[in-house]
Write a protein that binds this ligand. Structure first.
Ligand code: BEZ
Length: 389
């Protein structure tokens, strides 16, 4: 009798100790580490992501899975050389429960490395670095945005189908530029086209003049480009000012004209781009999202705001499944893997490597809008090259 009481007490004590982490987490605030650019050429992208993320949390009453959300922020300046220190500040100094970030592919790869080493849940709300859901993939790493390959590949298919034969590419020399062009080239050359010249300049330089002169001399049938944020604004304006817009059609992944149209004005008119979001989609979830976003921030949302909102949705789905306990990594991942995410862009799910499988839209700039004109590539799944999961 005595020994059975002793055994029961031991079991109860062990159970209590085992659930200690969950117990400690249940009542505690959820510390969300936001690592985003708040300065530099991608500052407006970082702000839009944070706005979108906060909007979803606010819609849930400020709590996810019963835990009040607390933010800890770091400005990563889109600087890969500071990235490891910055992410370690959030993980080791601030003890965040989850990491949300970032915009720049090079910075995101440093975040993914730390997340992989420490097991911290990471949700990437923009950066398209193919490796994050490729060779670096991990059960605790998710992306709510796209891979760099996706919009590039979709635009390659569109331009080949149009019968365009010779294209020059121009972009920043870093992972996002290189991989967008690689995705474009893969589809475009498969469709019978040729990339006759690949031009680039270091990130975040915007001295385009010599490269524009090169394009004029090369006389391709069209140009494909990846630029985003402040750099995209300047590129579109410089392309038009050089007189090229009238003679050599400019195409891009949709970051070229997303969140930038106010500043680009008429110089962007008519441009065709491919992206996983567009204006005029007639999706009920998009309508309610736009209304709520405009009411809250007195601004129209862009693709970055959508990705921030969906990062929060993904976090909410995973947390709900584990009752708010971020130590239950496998259950968190299973729930997210099984989910259909009700996004303003249209419903999507995650691939085995945790990258969105999604429609890539063809859009055309009309006034201040990236008007939906068709689907460039239906349910496009990044190949997840090198991912072993
Ligand atoms: C990137 O670095 O992955 C990126 C930055 C801005 C827009 C899209 C992609």
């Amino acid at each position: 009798m005595k020994s059975s009481i002793f055994r029961t007490t031991l079991i109860a004590a062990a159970a209590l100790a085992m659930s200690g982490a969950a117990f400690a987490q249940a009542g505690a605030k959820l510390k969300v580490g936001l690592m985003l650019p708040y300065t530099g050429t991608f500052a407006s992208l970082g702000n839009a992501i944070e706005n979108g993320f906060r909007l979803y949390v606010t819609e849930q009453g400020g709590k996810l899975a019963g835990r009040e959300v607390e933010f800890v922020k770091v400005d990563d300046e889109s600087d890969p050389s500071k990235a490891t220190d910055n992410v370690n500040k959030l993980v080791k100094r601030d003890n965040v429960d989850v990491l949300i970030g970032t915009v720049h592919s090079g910075v995101a790869m440093a975040m993914a490395k730390v997340a992989k080493e420490t097991g911290t849940i990471l949700i990437v709300p923009n950066a398209g670095a193919d490796a994050v859901t490729g060779a670096m993939c991990a059960p605790n790493i998710f992306r709510s945005s796209f891979s760099n390959w996706q919009p590039g590949y979709a635009m390659g298919e569109v331009m080949a189908k149009k019968g365009i034969k010779k294209v020059a590419t121009i972009t920043w020399k870093y992972a996002a530029g290189d991989e967008s062009v690689r995705g474009f080239k893969e589809a475009f050359e498969k469709g019978g086209g040729t990339v006759v010249k690949e031009l680039n300049l270091p990130f975040p330089n915007v001295e385009f003049q010599a490269l524009l002169t090169d394009i004029a001399a090369t006389k391709p049938d069209a140009v494909f480009t990846f630029f985003a944020g402040g750099g995209a604004v300047k590129f579109v304006k410089d392309y038009a000012a050089a007189g090229l817009k009238k003679t050599i059609p400019l195409y891009g992944s949709g970051f070229l004209t997303d969140g930038t149209l106010d500043a680009q004005g008429a110089d962007a008119d008519g441009l065709l781009t491919a992206l996983h979001y567009a204006d005029g989609m007639e999706i009920p979830k998009d309508k309610s999202f736009r209304l709520a976003y405009a009411k809250t921030y007195k601004l129209q949302p862009d693709v970055y705001a959508v990705q921030g909102y969906d990062a929060a949705q993904i976090l909410g789905i995973g947390l709900k499944a584990v009752g708010g306990d971020t130590s239950k990594k496998a259950e968190f991942a299973h729930a997210v893997e099984a989910a259909k995410i009700d996004s303003p862009r249209g419903t999507f799910s995650l691939s085995k490597a945790h990258n969105p499988v999604q429609d890539i839209y063809l859009r055309q700039v009309v006034g201040k809008e990236n008007k939906l004109i068709g689907i460039a590539s239906k349910a496009l799944n990044d190949p997840g090259r090198g991912c072993k999961m």
